[in-house]
Write a protein that binds this ligand. Structure first.
Ligand code: ZN
Length: 148
């Protein structure tokens, strides 16, 4: 059995909303969706995947599609277990050598990097609710549609 989820993460991978902001956002999501909301807070910056909706990763400079191996290598270089997980340092892209951070690559479908994530089972108004969530959480948001 597979399920679709809507995940909201801050555009800044290092941003962590305050406790009361989190509580208000969860309340709004729970009321809107009528389902259980999952909150995740990580001590290190994590890759938030679209799972089954992950199709490809593209270089924003030369538009080339990275192979899984090339992308994985960029991810490995940026990851540091001792610091904050992914560091968002710029590394030369394997295609055109443009210095890029892993969150500057184009992910289809949309994916991202974060220390904070709110997710709910798929619901119709997932887009309409974004401005109110952004206001409550004091940050712009990336929405990731996960297929698990
Ligand atoms: Zn490139």
């Amino acid at each position: 059995m597979s399920t679709n989820y809507v995940c909201y993460i801050p555009t800044d991978p290092f941003f962590l909303p305050g406790e009361s902001s989190q509580a208000m956002a969860i309340q709004l999501l729970a009321t809107t969706t009528g389902s259980k909301i999952r909150r995740e807070v990580w001590s290190q910056v994590q890759y938030v995947s679209a799972m089954g909706n992950h199709e490809r990763v593209i270089c924003p400079n030369c538009q080339m599609e990275l192979t899984g191996e090339q992308w994985q290598e960029m991810m490995n270089i940026d990851w540091d277990d001792n610091v904050s997980g992914f560091r968002m340092n710029k590394h030369p892209a394997p295609c055109c050598a443009m210095p890029l951070a892993v969150n500057e690559l184009i992910y289809e479908w949309r994916e991202g990097f974060a220390k904070f994530c709110l997710s709910a089972e798929y619901f119709e108004t997932w887009q309409e609710i974004v401005p109110r969530l952004e206001e409550l959480l004091n940050t712009k948001l990336i929405v990731i549609l996960q297929h698990i």
